[in-house]
Structure formats: C-alpha cells, structure tokens
Write a new protein. Structure first.
Ligand code: ATP
Ligand code: LTN
Length: 328
C-alpha cells in the first residue's frame, strides 16, 4: 500500500499537528510504502520570510524523525527538490474546477485574514492534488481540516481519468478517531491553528517550554457546570481537553471522565497540561539532538529527494503523454 502525506515547514507546529499529523505518520509508516513531504511550495502562498523558510525546512525534518518516522523505512523529502510537483500542479489545473477551488473553506478563511490574497492561495489544493497523485497514493493520513482538499484531489483524478484515460488510482483519507480536530484552548469553536499569532495563549506548540504549557492549560476556556464529560456540542472546551488528554495518554474518554468525576475543572486542566508536557519532553529532547547535526539532515534529505524523483517520474511522464504533449 502507498501512503503519502504533506506538512508545511512554516509555523511553529502545534499539538493539533501532532494529533492529526505526526502521530498518524509514525503509525501509518508501518502499514506500507510511505512518503512524507515537507511542502515548502505550499508555504509561499501566504506572507513568509525566506530566511526562516530555509531553516524551518530543516526544523520540520528533525521533528518528523523525532516523532517517530524512520528515514530508512519511509521516504521523507522536500517538495521543491522534486520538480515533478510543480509540473503536476500545472497539468492538473486543466482538470480542476475554478468553482470548486472558490468553495474551499481554507481559501475563504485565510483569504479573509490576509490583506494580500495570492493566486497561489487559491490554487493551493491543485498543488496538493499533484503531491498525492504523483505517487499513486492509496492512503492519505491527515487531519479533518484537509478533508475538502482531498475530495478535490479525487475529483481532479477522476476527471483526468475520464478525459485522458485511466492514469490515477483514487486516494482515501485517513483521519484519527480521536484528535482529528484539536480546538484552540481559548476559543474551542475554532481549530487550533499553526498560523495563529505566536503569542496566542490558546495554541500549544510542540516546542513550548513546560511552564508555558502549564500556563496555557490553566487558562483554557471551559464551560459552565462542573462535569468532566465529553459532549462536543454542549461542552466544547472540556471535550477538547478530554481529547487532548486521550491523545497524550492513550486512555479512553470513559476512563478520563470517571477519574475526574465530581472534582470540577481546576485539577483536570492542570493534569492535562502535565500529560502534554510528559508526551512532549522526549520528543523535544530528540528534536534538539537531531537538529544540531545539519550535515546529517542534508545527507538524508538528498537520499529522500532521489527516491521521490524516481518514484514520481513514471506518473508525470504518463500525464504528459496522455495529455498529448509531443515528447522528445
Ligand atoms: P494552518 O493551521 O496554518 O492552516 P496547518 O497546521 O493545517 O496550517 P500543516 O502544518 O501542514 O498545516 O498541517 C499538518 C497536518 O496537521 C495536516 O494533516 C493537518 O490536517 C493537521 N492539523 C493541523 N491542525 C490541526 C488540528 N488543530 N487538529 C488536528 N489536526 C490538525
Ligand atoms: N494542505 C496540507 C499540507 C499538504 C498535504 C499534501 C497533506 C500539502 N500537500 C498532500 C496531505 C497530502 C495542510 O495544510 N495541512
């Protein structure tokens, strides 16, 4: 089975990224032939700092390994190192609907947040479709926010197949049962977003110091009442905390609920913070060790790029061919 996922190098990664992304990558790599792509071409679609992009690409590589990816087993690479991605995006733009792109929630939300809305922010899902389809992917581990983008990739693949001949298989999304949509601790009706301001108290970053994490959980918004009970609609704040606790410790909701039965929220919030600190501590330590050796990171990235180039080339060639381009 072919597995593919992408993650943007920009922004300090959050425990939402851990729950919906990193954690699933490490699990799925055991189930087949896996590709994980640092999608730097996606990162230029909103305001960014070029120097920061360079270093955050290596930061993310180190984080992917620190959270359990094995570079000997999975192909981990940088999108811009494999020119097939930019080419596939252009070719697929012929079979992607303008109307469907305009309906993407992420485009609408990010478009509202930024003064300058780039054309790239609009065509972003086409690039993502190319990422997935170039590798004949079966399974895409992602968080809930990427559901619509995956649907668009499947639609583009179907349109391509029916217009130019069977070329792509249809990828399926894989969403975690718990933690597919971690919410902001200060605003549990909104997704915990990587691109929120760095000082945002509702966003817990994977590299936050223990004291910062404690403080963020202590001040998390809860709901009226005192019951620690999972009810997404009625108690969004407490439910989000239960889910985070479950991601951090592997316990069921029922077990967590019964432990805090009749105890109110104060102690519960503190304990969720401690569970997250415990989860992140070994990851942070491993991350620092890996990040310190840039030469090794570069060496591994070159190997990943070679493998990804070789794997994507036949599908790209088939796309050009079926679309009628005169080939040399
Ligand atoms: P932004 O929030 O700025 O749109 P992002 O965090 O979604 O960025 P990436 O860092 O590329 O962008 O996301 C990597 C993975 O993390 C994706 O599969 C995404 O679905 C998942 N993810 C992101 N935020 C959350 C969240 N709050 N809960 C669960 N999964 C998430
Ligand atoms: N759009 C995704 C990142 C992404 C991706 C992909 C995920 C780019 N290409 C291919 C899965 C498969 C995001 O913002 N999280």
């Amino acid at each position: 089975m072919r597995i593919f996922s992408g993650i943007q190098p920009t922004g300090a990664k959050t425990i939402g990224n851990y729950a919906g992304g990193f954690r699933q990558y490490a699990e799925t790599q055991e189930r087949g032939d896996a590709f994980f792509c640092i999608v730097d071409l996606h990162s230029i679609t909103v305001e960014y700092d070029p120097e920061e992009l360079r270093s955050s690409t290596l930061d993310l590589y180190a984080m992917l390994i620190a959270t359990g990816l094995d570079p000997d087993r999975s192909t981990i690479f940088v999108q811009s190192h494999v020119s097939a991605h930019a080419e596939a995006a252009w070719l697929l733009s012929a079979v992607t609907s303008y109307g469907q792109l305009g309906r993407m929630t992420q485009f609408k939300e990010k478009g509202e947040r930024h003064e300058f809305v780039s054309a790239g922010l609009f065509t972003y899902p086409v690039l993502m479709a190319g990422d997935i389809l170039l590798y004949q992917t079966d399974l895409v581990p992602i968080g809930d926010d990427q559901r619509q983008h995956l649907e668009l990739a499947r639609d583009a693949a179907e349109r391509f197949n029916s217009r130019f001949g069977e070329t792509f298989g249809l990828p399926e999304g894989q969403y975690p049962e718990i933690g597919a949509r971690v919410m902001d601790l200060q605003d549990p009706k909104s997704k915990m977003s990587t691109s929120a301001p760095i000082a945002a108290q509702g966003v817990v970053r994977m590299l936050d110091e223990p004291d910062a994490i404690r403080k963020k959980f202590k001040s998390a918004v809860t709901d009226s009442g005192r019951d620690v009970r999972h009810d997404r609609d009625g108690k969004p704040g407490v439910s989000n905390l239960i889910e985070i606790m479950s991601v951090a410790t592997g316990e069921t909701f029922a077990k967590i609920e019964s432990r805090y039965d009749g105890q109110g929220y104060g102690r519960f919030k503190e304990d969720v913070g401690e569970a997250v600190i415990e989860l992140l501590q070994p990851i942070q330590q491993r991350y620092r060790e890996l990040r310190a050796d840039e030469r090794e990171l570069h060496r591994l990235l070159e190997l990943g790029a070679d493998k990804a180039r070789a794997e994507s080339a036949p599908t790209l060639a088939a796309m050009y061919d079926r679309m009628g381009f005169a080939r040399l």
